[in-house]
Design a protein around this ligand. Sequence first.
Ligand code: NAD
Length: 362
Amino acid sequence: MSHKITLIPGDGTGPELADVMKKCVEATGVDIEWDMQEAGIDAIGKYGTPLPGSVVESIKKNRVAIKGPVTTPLGSGFRSINVALRKELDLFACVRPCKYYAGAQSLLKNPENVNIVVIRENTEDLYAGIEFEQGNEKTKKLIDEIKTLSGRSVREDSGISIKPISIFGTKRIVKFAFDYARKNSRKRVTAVTKSNIMKFSDGLFQNTAEETAKNYPEIEFGHKLVDNMCMQLVQKPELYDILVLPNLYGDIISDLCAGLVGGLGMAPGANIGEECALFEATHGSAPKYKGMDKVNPTALLLSAAMMLRHIKESDAADRLERAVSAVIKEGKYVTYDLKPSGGKKAVGTKKMADAIIKKITG
Ligand code: NAD
């Protein structure tokens, strides 16, 4: 069966990673017609926007997309394309598996016991984009209103970001996490919040998660405060299975978990909605390495394996994952981050991908 899939190479190191990902997926023999779409800072010159409307249209039509990372310039007023895509397509669930592959450079004593899936709510929380700039008239009005409604003073020279967390959004993500646990024979879901401080947003997330968990009696449920969770993940990561979190904590904890299993080059991801799914690595565009054929393709390749499973090409997904795993284990044709001692004798992105293709086809 032929699949039509939107491919967004992105910018920075994105295009070189997308190129090898495409070759590795094609090596599995799966029949894919790639619908190539441009987004990111490189698209601005051509389209006048980093996210041309045709990109969203293509994903809506094909329902499945894979994307290289894109840059979000800091403090430019330029909204993150990633956040925009997740909102526009209502990709409410971000799934980031953090599993150790033998050969990866982890600082843990027993990294082989780490097999965590971070499930992050993607549409609400401080990432909802509801912000009031310092000094603005509307911000001053809001500060007055806050004083009237809550009796609390906010300093006049403040900027404000709003943190909405709804019962609807929380139920939806927690249900997704439990359904994922059921489907993948996982045993335990842990909700992570700061409910002791933010009672009406994180407290709502915790209470709603506890209620939803009652529908899944065969799966263990727990709750942890996010600060404690950070320490526990570093000291006893093997105790955790699936984590479900509001947007901001999910973003931060998934990078922490990536660090446990060897760094950002090892962490794949997917953004899933009712209609569409967009697969992408956890890492960003690593612009300092742009065009240097240097960075690790594993995260995007494992994202591609998740994509293949999503389109019911599990055999191809298994072959791709096994090939990646074998090349990392051998440790010969791997990128700098997969080598001990500062990456001596490392190969580049392309050579590592060639070794993976050889395993797939050999
Ligand atoms: P980054 O993830 O791009 O890179 C941080 C560091 O991690 C790099 O300098 C590198 O040392 C390492 N790293 C990242 N990817 C790697 C790989 N594949 N192999 C080996 N090492 C790797 O984070 P950043 O520098 O904070 O962000 C750069 C840009 O990417 C920013 O504009 C940010 O907004 C954007 N970003 C995009 C996405 C996305 O497109 N999904 C996600 C996160 C950040």
